[in-house]
Design a binder for this molecule. Structure first.
Ligand code: NDP
Length: 274
């Protein structure tokens, strides 16, 4: 399947599929294995997990059960907050590799900027130099977190994975990332389910004869944002990916953008205490 292989080129030249599968809260092993292998079999080439999700083992099994070769998959995991620090990052990365049953990651992200610890990034730079991580990235970083990181390190993050949906477009962060060639990636693109209640999304769903999820995910792509909706239901995994056969008009793109009320559905990165 060609369209799902559509890629963005990151600031280090690596190509990243602009659409992938999220796995947050997928804790049932069988369900996770099935979702990952099904998604890969129908054309997904990008899988997003994190050590805190507790499903790296199942994601690894899902990859093995699929018909897709490891080298054709863009596999992402994240370093949890309590593992920040130089040695602890190296140890956490090793555990992640073992659970995923792989010998490299396509991308490794610092999950949250708190606690901010420059040693974490230095350890990641080492792993990048050793070629066991192809892309270094961050998640939930605000502008000042990015500025702090870039002031003290050699390698610039290639990706910032943040909460991003029509209620919360993070215009400043997005513009800053564009300026510094840091690819923005959306988590919660379906607002963890809340998007289905927005009247404009219903109206556009009828207008384009597409599901609300498809409108929201297509909007991400047209905004230049990589997107990773989560579902464990085969019919949704399939339909969420059917977003390459229509285009949202400039006017409707603008109307969706105007839904922005700077409202998060997840935690503010500065106020987390987990
Ligand atoms: P999403 O916005 O992707 O929403 C997922 C929810 O929408 C699930 O309840 C899913 O249910 C439902 N859903 C999916 N497709 C459809 C559909 N077509 N119709 C109706 N309902 C649908 O939320 P997530 O928080 O999961 O975000 C996506 C991914 O981003 C995560 O899975 C994770 O990988 C990543 N993430 C990263 C974070 C970070 O801090 N870096 C934080 C949060 C998420 P069902 O499974 O039953 O279909």
């Amino acid at each position: 399947m060609q369209p799902l292989g559509e890629k963005v080129i990151l600031n280090n030249g690596v190509k990243m599929p602009s659409f992938g599968l999220g796995t947050f809260k997928v804790t049932d092993e069988k369900e996770c294995i099935q979702a990952v292998s099904y998604a890969l079999d129908i054309g997904y080439r990008h899988i997003d997990t994190a050590s805190i999700y507790g499903n790296e083992l199942a994601v690894g099994k899902g990859i093995k059960e699929s018909s897709v070769k490891r080298e054709d998959i863009f596999l992402v995991s994240k370093l949890w907050n309590s593992d920040q620090g130089y040695d602890s990052t190296l140890r956490a990365f090793e555990k992640t590799l073992k659970k995923l049953d792989t010998d490299y990651l396509d991308m490794y992200l610092i999950h949250w900027p708190k606690p901010f610890n420059i040693e974490t990034w230095k350890a990641m730079e080492r792993l990048y130099d050793e070629k066991v991580i192809k892309v270094l990235g961050v998640s939930n970083f605000k502008m000042y977190h990015l500025e702090d990181l870039m002031a003290y390190t050699n390698i610039k993050p290639a990706v910032n994975q943040v909460e991003y949906h029509p209620w919360f477009i993070q215009k400043e962060v997005h513009e800053f990332c564009q300026l510094h060639k840091i690819q923005l990636e959306a988590w919660g693109p379906l607002m963890q389910g809340k998007i289905f209640d927005i009247p404009l999304m219903k109206e556009l769903s009828e207008k384009y004869n597409k599901t609300i999820a498809q409108i929201a995910l297509r909007w991400d792509l047209q905004m230049g944002v990589v997107t990773i909706p989560k579902s464990t239901r085969p019919e949704r995994i399939k339909s969420n990916a059917e977003i390459y056969d229509f285009v949202i008009s400039d006017e409707d793109m603008k109307r969706i953008g105007e839904l922005n009320i700077s409202k998060r559905i997840g935690p503010d990165p500065d106020s987390i205490n987990f």
